[in-house]
Design a protein. Structure first.
Length: 255
């Protein structure tokens, strides 16, 4: 924050003492110094008084506000603070989240109960989906641990297309050409509802992105299982997609 600098100008009157015949000046010696006390004329006093009044009025008229004393958006000296234009709020049926502004709605349906899908303008692999399905569970915790829950909805991570026999193909286990690693798990509570959030890195033998980062946020309410999944390829993840995927997934909640 830039500091506000006030400049104060002090007038120093130079007193020149000259012996005069008039009595308008008094001369006395104090501690070896000559001190002159000049008697000011009435016109000089009037001019100084008028100047003082003008300076006082200008100071009142130009009172510095807290916003003027700072700099930048926080000071609000350029008008209203900028809003976050990178995301747009989205309100669905019983849920809400923030969608990256540059992502477009997609009609592609990937999963059962899918009610929403938005994808990146330049890469459809980078997207967010929301699914709502019926459940007999009262809470997300009734599915067990977050890891146990994931095993029951692993279709969201993509199924292995190849069904032949392999031996450690691409570093995967025998007979497998895909893998999923859970990187992070949390169980927050929002508005009295427990949520499961999982960060998963999936890889396939024929993948060109080095894997996919898939973030899931899930909860249960009124006999419905809500799941938000946002994802991006590993390469795009580290090239800037991460913030959009993470914000979309973490912003999801019941309305």
């Amino acid at each position: 924050m830039a500091s506000s600098t006030a400049l104060f100008f002090h007038s120093h009157a130079a007193a020149f003492c000259k012996p005069t015949g008039g009595s308008s000046s008094n001369r006395r010696l104090v501690s070896g110094r000559v001190v002159c006390q000049a008697a000011e004329s009435e016109s000089t006093l009037s001019r100084r008084l008028a100047l003082t009044v003008l300076i006082g009025a200008a100071a009142v008229g130009s009172k510095v506000s807290p916003a003027d004393a700072a700099y930048g958006e926080a000071a609000n000296i350029f008008g209203k603070p900028k809003t976050n234009t990178e995301f747009s709020p989205y309100a669905g049926e019983g849920f809400k989240l923030s969608i990256p502004s540059k992502w477009n709605p997609s009609g592609e349906v990937e999963y059962p109960g899918q009610v929403l899908r938005f994808e990146d303008n330049f890469d459809s692999t980078t997207n967010v989906t929301v699914t709502i399905t019926t459940t007999d569970k009262k809470s997300i915790a009734d599915y067990g641990s977050p890891e146990e829950f994931l095993s029951q909805v692993d279709y969201l991570l993509g199924k292995q297309a190849y069904s032949g026999k392999t031996d450690s193909e691409g570093g995967f286990g025998s007979g497998l050409v895909a893998s999923a690693n859970i990187l992070e798990v949390s169980t927050p509570e929002v508005g009295g509802k427990k949520y499961y959030t999982l960060s998963v890195l999936t890889r396939t033998a024929d993948g060109t992105e080095g894997g996919r980062h898939q973030l899931l946020t899930a909860t249960v309410s009124d006999g419905k299982l809500y799941i938000c999944k946002a994802q991006a390829g590993d390469k795009r993840w580290f090239k800037g997609a991460r913030q959009f995927v993470e914000t979309a997934a973490s912003s999801f909640s019941l309305a």
